[in-house]
Design a protein around this ligand. Structure first.
Ligand SMILES: C[S@@+](CC[C@H](N)C(=O)[O-])C[C@H]1O[C@@H](n2cnc3c(N)ncnc32)[C@H](O)[C@@H]1O
Length: 473
């Protein structure tokens, strides 16, 4: 190990920066964040440093560097453009055994600034010992996405209980076991949802042995398929799950991201082929949560858009099960974006309606008069089978047969396919191109913009809506 990672408490200790420009300013800010007492030495200073000096946050010495300026300092930074000065600072610091950092000159650094993931009071520092700072920065970005924001408040809460826990458990091993159970408990999700009082009450209850292990259900929208469209929150909760209850619509790449040792339960749902009845899925979620498990209920797209998430959450509420809801990118948004079709556009569509082609068996028919209005876009979910009906009803209620349409099959996935045409031949387009589920219908003038704006998917098969059908098939 070339550098020993230590976290130092500056707490008003003196640090010196030789230099008065942008770089010096950046380093100065880092020291001030850690409450260092900063002095800067340079013949001239940038205006931000001059302002900071006026506010008495830093001390400026308008002078050239001389070695005695280092006396009594704890750390020194050389941030000048002049090699000779930087070298002189380095030598003077070494003679005095003061830690020194010459900016951008790693051999002349006895300490370095790591890349930091800041979840105060939790801090993660990453260093490549100066060999690959960009790589270290990339690693930091990865960690930023993986480490949830609530880790900071959680650490603070836990810190405020340390004394009580020490009083309650005299043995170190008992204390460790207690903390392990806390981090597996509802305390974490209560902090996550911002309810620090409830988290604190639960910690108290755990200390007093008056709490039963509680499960929880995370109702998560996984988006239309591209795993990179998952939200950070979805990913973090997927990593915590004991059990994952998922639909067919959730892509394999997304299922790869759930915690390795979680139990996986597929509850199906393909049109006309419900492998598990909705009632049974609802009861399954309640049962698993009551067993104290963390249950990830993953759904394609957004759970509250044609996802029956609302019904499931109603059952959880009725059964007093804790839950969180994580929105996902709905198919209309994902498919449209990846097909280069803006759902609204000042010149073409001032409104968008999300519609299902697959109503309840006893459901009323759709409001075709409203759906056939011009200057709007329709995003039709589950519309493939009913496409002849949709086409006929829209035209019957006044939508032009020449209205552009796009059918996006497997939107946002590697095998995405986009077929375009006109409303008057919607059903034939679907049949001739053998469109498979999942597919979304986009009806409206915006559909023609696909030809101009499409960017994703080499395999996209587009058929000009201006062409006769025989050219398309
Ligand atoms: C039961 S609905 C679920 C909708 C989901 N909750 C959402 O917000 O996207 C299923 C329908 O969504 C559409 N869909 C979902 N994912 C899709 C995808 N990757 N490509 C095209 N359509 C998709 C299809 O119309 C499919 O029949």
């Amino acid at each position: 190990m070339q550098y020993l990672p230590i976290f130092t408490k500056l707490d008003n200790k003196p640090v010196l920066i030789i230099g008065g420009g942008e770089v010096a300013l950046r380093k100065c800010r880092a020291f001030l964040q850690a409450r260092g007492r900063v002095t800067l030495v340079a013949p001239e200073f940038c205006h931000e440093l001059l302002e900071m000096a006026q506010e008495k946050t830093v001390t400026l010495v308008h002078d050239y560097f001389s070695p005695e300026q280092l006396d009594g300092q704890m750390l020194v930074i050389a941030a000048t453009d002049l090699n000779a000065v930087n070298e002189a600072v380095f030598n003077a610091a070494n003679e005095r055994n003061i830690f020194v950092n010459v900016v951008d000159d790693q051999p002349k650094c006895s300490f370095i600034f790591p890349s930091i993931v800041d979840r105060n009071p939790i801090t993660i520092a990453i260093s490549s010992a100066g060999t690959a700072p960009v790589l270290a920065r990339r690693l930091r970005e990865k960690l930023e996405t993986l480490i949830p924001q609530h880790i900071g408040p959680l650490a603070e809460l836990v810190g405020s209980f340390r004394h009580k826990v020490k009083q309650r458990f005299k043995q170190f091993s008992d204390r460790r076991q207690f903390w392990e159970s806390v981090f597996d408990s509802q305390v974490v999700s209560k902090v996550q949802t911002g309810d620090i009082d409830a988290a604190s009450a639960q910690l108290d209850a755990m200390l007093n042995n008056t709490v039963e292990p509680e499960g929880e259900v995370y109702v998560i929208g996984a988006g239309p398929g591209d795993p990179e469209l998952l939200t950070l929150k979805a990913l973090q909760l997927m990593q915590q799950a004991d059990v994952v209850v998922y639909d067919y619509l959730v892509s394999d790449e997304i299922m790869e991201l759930v915690r390795r040792d979680a139990d996986l339960i597929c509850v199906g749902k393909r049109m006309g082929n419900h492998s598990v009845e909705q009632h049974d899925t609802n009861q399954l979620l309640v049962r698993l949560a009551k067993e104290g498990k963390k249950v990830c209920r993953i759904k394609g797209g957004d759970p509250f858009i044609y996802g029956r998430g609302g019904e499931e959450v109603q059952v959880l509420v009725a059964n007093h099960v804790n839950y969180q809801i994580v929105p996902g990118i709905t198919a209309a948004a994902g498919c449209a974006a990846y097909a280069g079709i803006p759902l609204t556009h000042r010149d073409h569509a001032q409104a968008i309606q999300f519609v299902t082609g697959h109503c309840k068996k006893d459901g009323q028919d759709l409001d075709w008069r409203s759906l056939a209005q011009p200057h709007q876009t329709l995003a039709v979910y589950m519309g493939v089978v009913k496409s002849p009906h949709i086409q006929a009803k829209l035209i019957e209620h006044g939508r032009a047969a020449t209205t552009p349409v796009a059918i996006v099959e497997n939107g946002t996935r590697k095998n995405q396919r986009v077929v375009t045409g006109q409303l008057g031949s919607l059903a034939e387009l679907i049949e001739h191109n053998n469109i498979q589920s999942p597919a979304l219908l986009i009806i409206g003038e915006v559909a023609q913009l696909h030809h101009e704006l499409a960017w994703f998917g080499k395999q996209s098969q587009t058929s000009s809506f201006a062409q006769p059908l025989t050219d398309i098939a």
